[in-house]
Write a protein that binds this ligand. Structure first.
Ligand code: CA
Ligand code: CA
Ligand code: CA
Ligand code: CA
Length: 362
């Protein structure tokens, strides 16, 4: 059963707003709860539009780090850590985004951002310019994937080959892996490495560049872990958690990301969308379940919690201020306080560490 409160009962001044279709759902009140400390400006269309964030860490000045986010009815958006919108790029129906630093293009290292584009079933690629604080298209033409409906996407830096690769999946269950190739014309092309299939609809994924593993969500079923190298057998995979009896997840299994601490330590965080919660697992095998939390309304600060989260991203870097232990960014399906189009919420990772007792021993 989906818990719900009528927005009008919960929030004064919300009445009459047409942005929220029906009641605002809320998580099990017994779950450990954390608050967001900032939120982005609302996206530029109503309905289910915000989807997947990716955090870029500015190593020169961490407070100037950026959030790239897909707006799946419009394109891509770029925000600063205060949630201020810096750029809107009308690129089409970009579903998921991800990024990696250190991609060599035109003889220098750049931050490369990839997006799955449902408008023309292609892969979009941009360079994130840290000085202009803007995205610039670098795809070498329309990078057609040959998929019917590109959906989930995540990047991978192979520890064996050093290649930057992308995993992109289709609602029909297909999962593709492509190498990203810097071309002489200063643009980036793709070369297909492998394709495999899940039984039902995948979406969220996250690749571990140290462990050479891919975490892959099957929305109605659970989270798989498998070898991320193109030569690995995708049929050799392990379900680390699942929906239904005995599992910790409530469908849909949605966005996921890794907190990459030193020496392969850290966590995998997964949106358990059907219960408006987030499940945490060890990054390293056997990927032990560490607990679940919700992001709830902070009425005093005027920042609402997050419900029905699609995409999320997580970084371990010290971004200063309240983010010294890292940052979690999640999509919020019901942006209230006040009611507005969907947006993204920023949560200090230290709050999750504290509520789930994940802190390292002193
Ligand atoms: Ca959604
Ligand atoms: Ca989905
Ligand atoms: Ca909310
Ligand atoms: Ca809000």
């Amino acid at each position: 059963m989906r818990r719900a409160l009528f927005a009008g009962l919960l929030l004064s001044g919300l009445g009459g707003c047409a942005l929220l279709a029906g009641p605002v759902p809320f998580p099990d009140p017994h779950l450990p709860a954390v608050h967001a400390v900032a939120e982005t400006e609302p996206v530029n269309t109503d309905g289910d539009a915000a989807d997947d964030p990716a955090v870029w860490v500015d190593r020169r000045d961490p407070a100037r780090s950026l959030i790239v986010a897909s707006q799946k009815r419009y394109g891509v958006l770029l925000y600063d850590l205060k949630g201020k919108l810096l750029q809107s790029l009308p690129a089409g129906r970009i579903n998921n985004v991800d990024l990696r630093d250190g991609f060599v293009l035109d003889g220098r290292e750049v931050a490369l951002v990839a997006g799955s584009n449902r408008s023309d079933a292609s892969l979009d690629l941009w360079v994130l310019d840290p000085d202009a604080r803007a995205l610039r298209d670098v795809a070498d033409g329309v990078l057609a994937l040959g998929l019917h409906d590109p959906y989930g996407l995540c990047l991978y830096r192979s520890p064996r080959s050093g290649d930057t690769q992308v995993f992109v999946n289709d609602k029909d269950g297909r999962v593709q892996q492509w190498r990203l190739v810097a071309r002489a014309n200063g643009r980036v092309g793709i070369e297909k490495l492998r394709e495999f299939r899940l039984d039902t609809q995948p979406e969220g994924c996250a690749a571990d560049d140290t462990g050479a593993t891919l975490f892959l969500g099957e929305e109605g079923r659970g989270v798989w872990v498998l070898g991320a190298e193109p030569g690995d057998d995708a049929n050799t995979r392990t379900l680390i958690d699942h929906t239904g009896t005995g599992g910790q997840l409530v469908a849909d299994v949605e966005g996921m990301s890794l907190l990459r601490a030193a020496d392969g330590a850290g966590y995998l965080v997964v949106s358990s969308q059907g219960e408006h919660a987030y499940a945490v697992y060890d990054r390293s095998a056997p990927h032990r379940y560490r607990g679940k939390f919700a992001i709830t309304d902070d009425l005093a600060a005027g920042i609402d919690g997050a419900q029905e989260t699609d995409g999320l991203d997580l970084v371990s870097a010290d971004l200063g201020g309240v983010y010294t232990r890292g940052l979690l960014v999640v999509q919020d399906g019901y942006n209230t306080l006040p009611a507005a189009n969907q947006n993204f919420k920023l949560v200090p990772w230290s709050a999750v560490e504290k509520r789930l007792s994940l802190l390292p021993p002193p």
